[in-house]
Design a protein around this ligand. Structure first.
Ligand code: ADP
Length: 395
């Protein structure tokens, strides 16, 4: 069975073509700068990369380019070879507690939820409609970033805001990066081989979030109503005293939309360091002794450790912490800053393993196992799509 896993943004569309159930990537690629005259279409197959610059008007044209490219490059003999398409959707609200088949009602619901995630859900629907036009006769499945976190209890997902905010406007914690937290917590459980497990996943990339997972089920996560809550990130503040917003809106004479932009795009690593949002740039500066770059990492590490401490108490113990995503997988420096703060939990680092990004980076006498696990959100989408097709006897 061949499944395409799609991750779309407002001006980009990334895909991976999987052979399932073998889980091998046959081809991958992306269309960037959709809507511009100089859109870039990239296709990777058999170790070769083909790049083309051309005007791509919209997501439908992008979807068509991808399928035509796969046929032209003889990755596929025809589009009939594709059995299903899995689409990543950022916000599934409380409506979607599992992946589901795309139909008119599902699309309408994703658009309604788009009010809570305007930067994402509307673009996802553009991509779904694009692929539906190009591949109308096969199942399309939507896989939500929020689904994995739907197992949280009310004491973890509710805010102490007026209750009618929740009832009337859906104000609660939803959590994001769900496919990554699912994938990495499952891998961690495979490694732990315990009957009962308490795991924390630290997804530290440009966007960053933690999740607490008991026996494979998420019980808490650091992102909230939107991906702005939680630990400081590349350009996002993470949690802060909400009173700062109206105070600084007045001081800077900016609107609440402009303030929201500052909190999302000009804060985090970038805001604190005044240098860069990119961890590699910041590490270089930190190693040269740049004080604000060091502070940016220390602020983040302290907050990560805060969450780990609170999850330890909430779960009543901890078997493993797994680091993943761009920084979690590749930065011994950030991991060490976090792990040094966890000594009280009996965490001991194997320095050599940490410096080499090994799978297990805790020393044998550590009370908690510490892993570095490469995430794979696209595979979770392909797996869910295949499972949906099989369970519903669609093929
Ligand atoms: P996202 O998917 O949220 O855009 P990624 O998971 O791709 O983010 O992570 C991007 C971050 O990972 C960037 O800050 C980048 O600098 C960082 N990163 C990638 N490789 C390394 C590395 N070798 N050392 C430190 N940081 C790295």
């Amino acid at each position: 069975m061949k499944i395409i896993s799609v991750n779309s943004g407002s001006s980009s569309l990334k895909f991976q073509l999987y052979q399932m159930p073998e889980e091998t990537v046959i081809a991958s690629g992306q269309v960037e700068k959709i809507g511009f005259k100089d859109s870039v279409c990239t296709l990777k197959h058999n170790g070769e990369i083909r790049k083309e610059t051309l005007a791509v008007k919209n997501h439908t044209q992008a979807a068509k380019l991808i399928i035509d490219g796969l046929i032209n490059e003889q990755v596929l003999t025809s589009m009939q070879e594709i059995n299903g398409v899995g689409h990543r959707i950022v916000q599934g609200g409380e409506v979607f507690d599992r992946s589901t088949l795309v139909n008119k009602k599902v699309i309408e619901q994703i658009l309604i939820l788009g009010e809570m995630a305007p930067l994402h859900n509307y673009a996802h629907v553009e991509a779904i409609n694009g692929f539906l036009k190009v591949l109308p006769d096969i199942p399309h499945v939507v896989v939500f970033d929020t689904t994995f976190h739907q197992t949280m209890k009310a004491d973890a997902y509710m805010y102490s805001t007026p209750y009618e905010w929740y009832l009337n406007y859906g104000i609660r914690k939803y959590g994001f990066h769900g496919s990554s937290h699912k994938y990495v917590s499952e891998k961690t459980n495979e490694l732990l081989k315990l009957e009962n497990s308490k795991v924390i996943v630290c997804h530290i990339g440009n966007g960053a979030s933690l999740s607490a997972v008991v026996n494979g089920k998420c019980v808490d996560t650091s992102m909230g109503f939107t991906p702005l809550e939680g630990i400081p990130m590349g350009t996002r503040t993470g949690s802060l005293d909400p009173a700062i917003l109206s105070y600084m809106e007045k001081k800077l004479n900016v609107s609440s939309d402009e303030m929201y932009e500052i909190l999302n795009k000009k804060s985090g690593y970038l805001g604190v360091s005044q240098l860069s949002s990119d961890a590699r740039d910041l590490e270089e500066a930190a190693f040269r002794g740049h004080k604000q770059a060091i502070l940016a990492f220390e602020l983040q590490a302290k907050r990560i450790a805060d969450y780990i401490g609170s999850y330890y108490v909430y779960m009543g113990g901890l078997d493993a912490v797994s680091f993943t995503a761009g920084i979690g997988e590749n930065s011994p420096y950030l991991r060490k800053l976090v792990l040094e703060r966890l000594k009280v939990l009996g965490v001991l680092i194997d320095e050599e393993a940490n410096n080499n990004n090994r799978l297990l980076i805790s020393s044998p006498d550590s009370k908690v196992k510490i892993y570095v696990i490469k995430t794979n959100e696209e595979l979770v989408i392909a797996r869910d799509t295949m499972a949906f097709i099989k369970n519903n006897n669609i093929v």
